[in-house]
Design a protein around this ligand. Sequence first.
Ligand code: GUN
Length: 283
Amino acid sequence: MTASLIHGLSLAAEIREQIRSVIASWPAARQRPGLVVVQVGEDPASAVYVGNKIKACEAVGIRSQHRVFTADCSTQSLLAAIHELNRDPEVHGILVQLPLPASIDPRSILQAIDPRKDVDGFHPLNAGALFAGTPRLVPCTPAGVMRLLANTGVAIRGAEAVVVGASNIVGKPMAMLLLAAGATVTLCNSKTRDLAAHCHRADILIAALGKPQYIHGSMIKPGAVVIDVGIHRAVSGQLLGDVHFESVCEIASWVTPVPGGVGPMTIAMLLANTLKAAEDTLP
Ligand code: GUN
C-alpha cells in the first residue's frame, strides 16, 4: 500500500479563511480579537514558532502582540505581567510559549492565566473540563489532529487508537479527545514495554514522543492512519518527524507529512481558540 497524504497545509488554510471571513463580517465598531504571545528567552526555535503565530494572526484580522522577557527574568515579574494581561479588556487570548527557562515554574505561570483567555487550553480548569467531557478551550495540537482525522473520513468510533507520548501539551489531551470520539485509547509513555506491540494494534496511531523517525513502518498495522506530531531539524537542515516517513508510507493508509501536516493545524486552532475566547467575552 502507498499511503495517501493528509494535507494539513490546505486544511489549515481553509480554516484560517473561515476565521478571517467571520471577523471581517463583524460590525466595524466591534473590537477585534486580541492575542498576546509571551516569549521568555531567545530560544531560536521558539522565536520561529512565535513569529509564525503572530503572522497568522495578522492575516485573519486578530490583533496580536509579542512580549519578550529575558531568560533571567523572575517568576514574579512574569506573574505580574500575566495579571495585567488578565485585566486588559483588549486582550482575549494569552499564550506563554513553552518550554520556559528552568528557573521559572511553568505550573504557576500557566495557572495564573485567566482560564477564559487560556487559548492554549493548558490551565487546570480547561484541562479538567476536557477530562470531564465538557471541553471549552482545547489544546491546539490535539484539536488540530482531530480535524485532520475528520478530514480523512476514517471512523474514530470503535477504532483502536494508540497515542505515543503522554505530555500535557499533546499526549494526554489527545487521548481525551479520541476517547470522547469513541476510540479505544492506549496512551504509551517512556516506560512502556514493547512499544511496537502497542503500535501494531493501532487503527489510528499518533506519534508524539519527540524522537526523530522513531516510528518505523515495521511497527504499523497495515492500513493504519498515522499522525506525526514530531518536528526536528536534522544537521542537514531537513525537517523530520517522529515517524520514519518512507517506510510508514508503504504500510499505512493515511499519513501526515512533516512539514505540512500537524504544524499548520496547530496555528489554525490557536486562531480558532482566540476567536472563541473573544466571542465569549465581547458584547
Ligand atoms: N511549545 C510547543 N508547543 C506549544 C504549544 O502548543 N503552546 C505553547 N504555549 N508552547 C508550545
